[in-house]
Design a protein around this ligand. Sequence first.
Ligand SMILES: [Zn+2]
Length: 398
Amino acid sequence: MRRDFRFEPLVSSPDARHMRTGVIYTPHGIIRTPAFIPVATAASVKALTVDMMHDIGTQAILANAYHLYLQPGPVLIEKAGGLGKFMNWSGPTFTDSGGFQILSLGSGFKKVISLVSEEATVAIKSTRHAFVDNDGVNFKSHRDGSLHRFTPEISMNIQHKLGADICFSFDELTSLADSYQYQEEALERTHRWAIRSVDEFRKLQSENPDRPYQALFGVLQGANYENLRRQTARFLNTLDFDGFGIGGALEKSTMSEIISWCSDELPANKPRHLLGISEPNDIFTAIEQGIDTFDCVSPTRVARNGAAYTLTGRFNIKSAKYFEDFSPLDPECSCYTCQNYTRAYINHLFKAKEILASILVSYHNEYFILKLVEDIRKSIEQGSFNELRDSWLKRYYA
Ligand SMILES: [Zn+2]
C-alpha cells in the first residue's frame, strides 16, 4: 500500500511557537495550510454548487459520516466511486468519524456542541438519544428515531466506503459537565477505540490496495484537563496515524491553552485539524496555536438565517433598515455576490422566501472566511501575523 499522503511544514513564525504554514499532499491534490475546510454535511455545501466552491478558492471539503450513513448509505456512495465522484468534487475530501454527531445526541445532547457554551449541563437520561458502552455507541437516528450502533470498526468501514482522502478515528465526545473521573474513563475508552480504528482501517486498506490512499487522523479528547490532553496526544502519537484532530467541546476561554498543550506534544511533521469552530476570533486563536486545518458550518448556517460577515462585523440582511440600501453586502468584498447584488435585493429575496437569498449570502460568507484564512496564511509568510490579527479583530469586533 503506497502512502500517498504527507505534510510538509513550510514557514514557521517567530510570533508563536506552534504557528506555521505548510502543504498537505493527498491523492486528490494539495491543501495549502492553514486552510479552512467548508462543511458538506450530506455531500453538499448547503446552497452552493462545486463550481461556486471552486470559484471562491475552496481547497477541500469535509462531509459527515453519520449523515451519509443514514442517507443515502455508504454502499451507494462506494458504488458511485466515492464521496468526491458522487458529489462532483475533484479536490481533497475529509470525513469525520460520526462520533461527534452521535455523541452530541448523548450526554451532551443540545448542550455542549456550542463553542460559546459557558455552562454545559449533562442531559437527563430520558432526553438522551445515544448510549455509550465499552465496545461502541447505540443511538437513535435524528431522522426517524430508528436504532443504530456505531463501533470503531463500523465507523472505519463506513469511512473506507465513502473514500475520503482524510478520515478520523472513532472517539467518544464527552460533555464539559462530566466529572473528571468520567473524562478519564472515557479517554481510556477513546484510546482503545483508536487502536481498533487503526487496525480495522489498515486491514481494509490492505484488502483494497488499488484504491487511492486514505489518511487516518487520531482524535484527541480530554476536555479541559491539561494532563489528559497531553497524555492523549502522547499516546495517539505512538499509533499509526497520518495526522491528528483536536476534538471535544472547547470553551472560548480555554481553547487557546488546550490547543497549545496538544501542539506541544504532537509531532511537527503531521497535520493538526481542529474539529468544528464557529467565530472569526477562534480562527486566529486556533492558527496561532498550531492548527493547520479546521472545519466550520457557520458560514452557510448563519447565511440561511440572513446573517452576513463583513470586515466591520456580522449583520442581518433581513432587517427592515436594508429595504432601500443599494450598497453591496460588504462594500470591501470582491466576491460575485458583492460585485453584482445589493442589500436591498437580498433583503427582498429573504422576504419573498426566494432560494437565491441563501445562495447569495452563503456564497459571500464562505468566500469571506476563505479569504480571511488566505490572508492569515500570507501574513505568516510575511511575518505580519500579529499586525493582521490585531487590526482585523479590532475592526470586526468594534
Ligand atoms: Zn462578498
